[in-house]
Every structure is written in structure tokens, then in C-alpha cells.
Design a protein around this ligand. Structure first.
Ligand SMILES: Cc1cc2nc3c(=O)[nH]c(=O)nc-3n(C[C@H](O)[C@H](O)[C@H](O)COP(=O)(O)O)c2cc1C
Length: 211
């Protein structure tokens, strides 16, 4: 057997019992979503590197249906974005360095044509952009946590989103902080979450009825 690529590590992570049966980049099992964040300012070159990574995500017919609205901590919009979150999320996300609304736009035109098309995969494609953003953050030593628990109407009003956009998530971006920054009841879950076993999610030739 040939030697594994040194950039691929079959690792058992230090926390949370994550493991890889097959060698995979530590980027994938090392990333996790903390709630404890240090509240430090995020430099523009970091924030825009994340958008740059997201921009190059794949999408159906290259429709690029993702849209991002951001608010950096300390800016007036940050409090407005924070106000869209449910109470639980607002509690910890106030220490994020930036909040980013990720929206999808199902209506698109192809380059060189004004004809409007509807994408059936706009949310799926925006999810790919979110993953790219999250992994780029990880590579740069920053963390992200997506939040689906927010008031959609408030978020639409707060971000002036037109009806053509669906706001998918609000993402908190920050530097991972110590769990002691969180209320006591939150601290024990501040670690990487395990995953389903491979044989629960991957099947040769088709899907079993109970999957
Ligand atoms: C679409 C989406 C919505 C989520 N909503 C919330 C949320 O409202 N609050 C929260 O604390 N985490 C939320 N999460 C984070 C997930 O709970 C987390 O990603 C999952 O438990 C796996 O953990 P990991 O990212 O640390 O591996 C959300 C994640 C996604 C992708």
C-alpha cells in the first residue's frame, strides 16, 4: 500500500470523540461550531476571504444564488442583526465578531440573456457557499456557527431583503473563546459533535427503506 498523503490525517480529535475510519483532511473533522467567542474585531481581509471562498462554490448552471449581508461587531447593524435571533442564540452570539445573513435567490438569468429562470436548488447551492465560508474560516483560525433560529420577518426587515430572497441562516463568525464565557448550562455542549456512522448514511446501489 502506498504511503498516505501527509496532508491527510486519520485523526481522532482531542475532544468530542470524532474519528475518521478513512484518512481525510483534518479540516473536515477538525471544524466545529463553537458558541463561546472572544468578541475581538474581525479584520476586513479575513471577512472578505470568507466571502471569496463562498463566491467560488459550485451552483446549478452557475446561477450563484447566494447573497450575503454582514454586520461587524461595534457597527449599528450588528445590534439590529442580533435582535433578529431567538433568545438562546442572542445570548451567545452577542460575542461574535460579525453576523452574516446568508440568503438564496431562486430567480436567475444566464450570462448574456435577460430571460428569467427559476432554480430548484437555490437553497442547496447557498448551503455549498456556507460550507465554503465555514471551511475558509477554519483555515484562517476563525470559527463559525450557523443559526436557523431567528425571526424571518424581522431579518427581512432588518436587512431590507427583497421578496426575491429567502434568508437561510444567520452565521456568527468569531474566534473561539473559552467555554467559561458561556452560562454554566451551555458549557458541557461546547465541544465537537460526533457524526452518524458511515453505514448509516452511505449505501451501494440505492437507499434502504429505513435510512
Ligand atoms: C442550517 C443550520 C441551522 C442551525 N441553527 C442553529 C441555531 O439556531 N443555534 C445554534 O446554536 N446552532 C445552530 N446550528 C449549528 C448546528 O447545531 C451544528 O452545526 C451541529 O450541531 C453540528 O455541530 P458542529 O457544526 O459543531 O459539527 C445550525 C446549523 C445549521 C447548518
Amino acid at each position: 500500500m502506498s504511503k498516505p498523503d501527509p496532508s491527510l490525517v486519520a485523526l481522532v480529535s482531542q475532544a468530542g470523540g470524532r474519528s475518521a475510519a478513512t484518512p481525510v483532511s483534518s479540516l473536515f473533522i477538525g471544524r466545529w461550531s463553537p458558541r463561546a467567542m472572544t468578541a475581538e474585531p474581525i479584520p476586513d481581509e479575513i471577512l472578505f476571504a470568507l466571502f471569496e471562498a463562498a463566491r467560488y462554490a459550485p451552483s446549478s448552471r452557475n446561477s450563484q444564488p447566494w447573497r450575503f449581508a454582514y454586520a461587524r461587531r461595534g457597527e449599528p447593524d450588528f445590534a439590529i442583526f442580533l435582535g433578529c435571533l431567538n433568545d438562546d442564540n442572542r445570548d451567545w452570539a452577542r460575542n461574535a465578531s460579525a453576523l452574516v445573513m446568508i440568503a438564496s435567490k431562486a430567480i436567475f438569468t444566464l450570462e448574456g440573456s435577460a430571460e428569467k429562470h427559476i432554480s430548484s436548488s437555490a437553497s442547496f447551492d447557498a448551503g455549498a457557499a456556507w460550507a465554503s465560508l465555514a471551511f475558509q474560516a477554519e483555515l484562517l483560525g476563525w470559527s463559525t456557527r450557523a443559526m436557523g433560529a431567528f425571526d424571518r420577518d424581522l431579518a427581512r426587515a432588518a436587512s431590507h431583503a427583497p421578496d426575491t430572497l429567502k434568508i437561510e441562516v444567520i452565521v456568527a463568525i468569531g474566534k473561539r473563546g473559552d467555554a467559561s464565557l458561556l452560562p454554566p448550562e451551555r458549557r458541557s455542549s461546547e465541544k465537537p459533535k460526533p457524526r452518524k456512522a458511515m453505514d448509516e448514511i452511505v449505501f451501494a446501489g440505492g437507499f434502504p427503506a429505513d435510512c
